[in-house]
Design a protein around this ligand. Structure first.
Ligand code: FAD
Ligand code: N01
Length: 531
């Protein structure tokens, strides 16, 4: 086993790992990034399924830390496609000469803290071993693809794909009968594109989703110029928004306006497209009656778009508030069910019993297919972390200490794991935000923290158990003030059998969270023990 001593190990070469490496170098620290994929990009390296694209506008889903980069880079569409975002990640890596410190095709299997030396030993599946003072988990919230637990999975005679681990060479579905299992964001993007190519597509839906048309279009020159004319000021505003995205939030209640005004607001946002739909009124995620007005508006749109009324009703979500499972953004998703080569199977009516050598068998019979696409999501937020054998003080395991749900202070660190940092960890706004904004905030906070420690001669930092418990309680309390816990979503761990039902991200808002983190740092890292 080869051993290297460095200042910091960073796990993951997505946007978080790339920016962290850049900042480590800026601090004069030696750092290595370990990445299981063969290149940079993280999410955008793995999720190459047809139709994959961003639902935060490209002018905002990009790094802000390099003023020249944000001026030079031209996004070709309002919402960038996966290949374009991947090119962007590669460009950042090249421009900052990051690759020389990244080890690709290297999966971290174990990270253990040695209390005597105050160092982390990080082991990989290649047999390498790194010892470092700091260990940064930039492992991603949606990086552990989850296959469904359906009997007979391995017996299928055709090809299978997971959206989150798509073949690099692409897949030609021409002339093939395809099953798509799942109707989350990935499926909603992929189904219309696959349906245009395949002989037949059968969609297996367990829970219908609310989806808003994206109205994607080529980049508007004027809009791009507006952003670039004062990028820094626009970014500064976005950083203080609830979601880290600059868009119009209405501060009125949906219940204080007339039905006509309400309808007009929803219509305008539906016409403009994208997730800003949920900003139509201030109380959509806190008041069920307000939420119902938005949900019914979208259900009526679905009824208008889908010709067969029975299919429309199956596609129209009715048993959870809109926005409490991640709102989807689509290009002609509902219209796709008007095609003669697309069939919808309601898995609630006819549960999937097994995958067979020829296809998918439900309670209503067998559907024969040539290929199955699993758009079944991820072991989100905790999956990438708990799959690494992380050992802190006293050899305590992180996965074991999170058996009842993740426990962190600020989503940045966990008590008992000194100098182990998480970028967009559970307990931070993470997946409820423009994630590049949240990544930059965490990396900046951590870089300042490391500089502070060096200036004052501290070797370790670790949250106190009391501060962590108070933060966990706060995260839950804020979530309970919203409608979010009412949905069986992956935010709650509900998509993974046996995973504890805990609302994992912090929903207090990106701006509020940023202020809290800054205040804690200003008070000498309150709630942390420095030694
Ligand atoms: P990732 O990009 O997930 O990178 C983590 C990296 O860590 C991966 O490359 C992984 O291989 C590596 N890794 C994990 N474990 C190990 C290990 N043990 N050893 C070695 N390497 C490891 N967010 C938005 O804000 N807006 C969007 O529109 C949006 N769209 C999305 C679309 C899809 C299809 C998905 C899946 C996610 C989307 N997200 C979106 C969330 C997206 O994950 C983030 O925006 C962002 O890309 C996360 O960057 P990251 O570096 O934190 O994590
Ligand atoms: O995964 P999901 P995803 N039998 O978990 C179903 C981001 N993202 O990859 O809801 C039958 O949302 C499951 O059903 P149910 C975004 O944050 C963004 O689509 O659990 N069905 C569900 O329908 C997103 O939220 C974009 O009842 C089964 C689906 O599979 C996150 O990534 C694009 C099943 C999984 O949906 C994850 O999205 C893509 C089973 N056994 C992703 N198991 C943008 O547009 C699971 N399902 C920006």
């Amino acid at each position: 086993m080869s051993e290297s001593r460095i200042d910091a190990v960073i796990v993951g070469a997505g946007f978080a790992g790339l920016y962290m490496l850049h900042r480590m170098r800026g601090l004069g620290l030696s750092a290595v990034v370990l990445e299981q994929g063969a290149d940079v990009g993280g999410t955008w390296y793995w999720n190459r399924y047809p139709g994959a694209r961003c639902d935060v506008e490209s002018m905002q889903y990009s790094f802000s830390f390099l003023p020249e980069l944000q001026q030079d880079w031209h996004w070709s569409e309002r919402f960038a496609s996966q290949p374009e975002i991947l090119r962007y990640a590669a460009h950042v890596a090249d421009r900052l000469d990051l690759r020389r410190d990244i080890r690709f095709e290297t999966r971290v299997t174990r990270a253990a803290y040695d209390e005597a030396t105050g160092r982390w030993t990080v082991e990989t599946d290649r047999g390498d071993c790194f010892t470092a003072r700091y260990c940064v988990m930039a492992t991603g919230c949606l990086s552990t693809a989850k296959l469904p637990e359906i009997a007979g999975l391995e017996s299928f005679g055709g090809a299978t794909y997971h959206t989150g681990a798509w073949p690099h060479e692409g897949v030609d579905f021409s002339g093939r009968r395809v099953a798509v299992i799942g109707t989350g964001s990935s499926a909603i993007q992929a189904i219309p594109v696959i349906a245009r190519q395949a002989a037949h597509v059968t969609v297996f839906q367990r829970t219908p989703n609310f989806s808003i048309p994206s109205r994607n279009a080529p980049m508007d020159d004027e809009y791009e110029s507006w952003w670039k004319s004062d990028y820094e000021a626009h970014r500064a505003k976005a950083r203080m928004m609830r979601t880290g995205i600059l868009y119009g939030l209405n501060d009125k209640s949906a219940l204080e306006v007339t039905p006509e005004e309400r309808e007009a607001e929803y219509e305008a946002r539906w016409a403009r497209g994208g997730t800003a739909f949920m900003g139509a009124f201030a109380d959509l995620i806190t008041n069920r009656a307000a939420n119902d007005t938005a949900a019914e508006f979208v259900r009526n749109k679905i009824r208008g778009l889908v010709k067969d009324p029975k299919v429309a009703e199956i596609l129209a979500p009715k048993d959870y508030p809109i926005g409490t499972k991640r709102i989807c953004v689509d290009i002609e998703y509902f219209e796709t069910f008007n095609r003669p080569n697309v069939t919808l199977v309601d898995v609630r009516e006819a549960p999937i019993e097994a995958i067979t050598p020829r296809g998918v068998r439900t309670a209503a019979g067998e559907v024969e297919v040539d290929a199955i696409v699993f758009a079944t999501g991820f072991d989100a937020m905790t999956g990438a972390l708990t799959r690494i054998d992380i050992r802190g003080r006293g050899d305590a395991g992180l996965a074991e200490s999170w058996a009842e749900g993740p426990r962190t202070y600020l989503g940045l660190m966990a008590a008992g794991f000194p100098n182990l940092f998480m970028i967009t960890g559970p307990g931070s706004p993470s997946v409820l935000s423009n994630m590049i904004v949240s990544i930059e905030q965490h990396v900046d906070w951590l870089s300042d923290c490391l500089a502070h420690m060096r200036a004052r001669g501290f070797a370790t930092i670790e949250p106190t158990p009391e501060a962590q418990e108070a933060w966990v309680a706060h995260v839950n309390e804020v979530a309970d003030r919203t409608l979010y816990p009412q949905a069986a979503s992956w935010y709650m761990g509900a998509n993974v059998p046996g995973k504890p039902r805990v609302f994992m991200p912090y929903i207090g808002g990106v701006g509020t969270y940023r202020e809290k983190c800054a205040e804690i740092a200003a008070k000498g890292y309150e709630g942390f023990r420095l030694s």
